[in-house]
Design a binder for this molecule. Structure first.
Ligand code: ADP
Length: 168
């Protein structure tokens, strides 16, 4: 049984991420999505726990897709869950430049145990990113083209909660 880990910040998970999950789940026996705390991105839209719950809800009926969260190195989470490789998604050359370095470091720090498998973004989602979704949402524009309806609903719920706090 071949398990793979798909780590990322998923703030929020987009249809682009979901197309990578679909490709990986067709290729491997089990995909574990690891929602990570990203220290580079201090102001996250959703908390780690909120991101975990949203992704769990999206994939609740999928036997071979699991979701975990963590704050450590992706390779340690991969080893903990007996994953053979890390999955990453490629949209562009700039993604490639970043991912090739990350893959090399991940291999080194895991004593050559964890390799990276890169899958290509679906054409439709080549320009989709979590930051673009947050930007479009902040401009009060429709984000349905980029995210699952569950994500959209949770983004509006959070926005309403924040607005209520402001009024109080
Ligand atoms: P990170 O902060 O670790 O880059 P992200 O949540 O931004 O986490 O992305 C996780 C992975 O998904 C990365 O490999 C990224 O390149 C990939 N990815 C992001 N958006 C897309 C997309 N639209 N299509 C395919 N892969 C994507």
């Amino acid at each position: 049984m071949t398990k793979v880990l798909y780590p990322g910040s998923f703030d929020p998970i987009t249809l682009g991420h979901m197309s990578i999950v679909k490709q990986a789940s067709d290729l491997f026996d089990e995909v574990i999505i690891a929602v990570l705390q990203n220290s580079n991105k201090k102001n996250s839209f959703f908390t780690l726990d909120e991101r975990l719950k949203i992704i769990e809800k999206i994939y609740q009926n999928y036997e071979n897709i699991k979701v975990v969260s963590g704050s450590g190195a992706a390779v340690d989470i991969a080893l903990l869950h007996e994953c053979k490789a890390i999955i990453r998604g490629l949209r562009s050359l700039s993604d490639f430049d970043y991912e090739i370095g990350l893959a090399s470091v991940n291999k080194q720090i895991s004593n050559n145990e964890i390799n990276t498998v890169c899958l290509f973004a679906d054409n439709k989602y080549q320009f989709t990113s979590s930051s673009i979704v947050r930007e479009v949402f902040s401009l009060n524009k429709d984000i349905s083209l980029y995210v699952n309806p569950i994500v959209k609903e949770e983004m509006y719920k959070l926005k309403n909660r924040k607005q209520k706090v402001k009024v109080i």
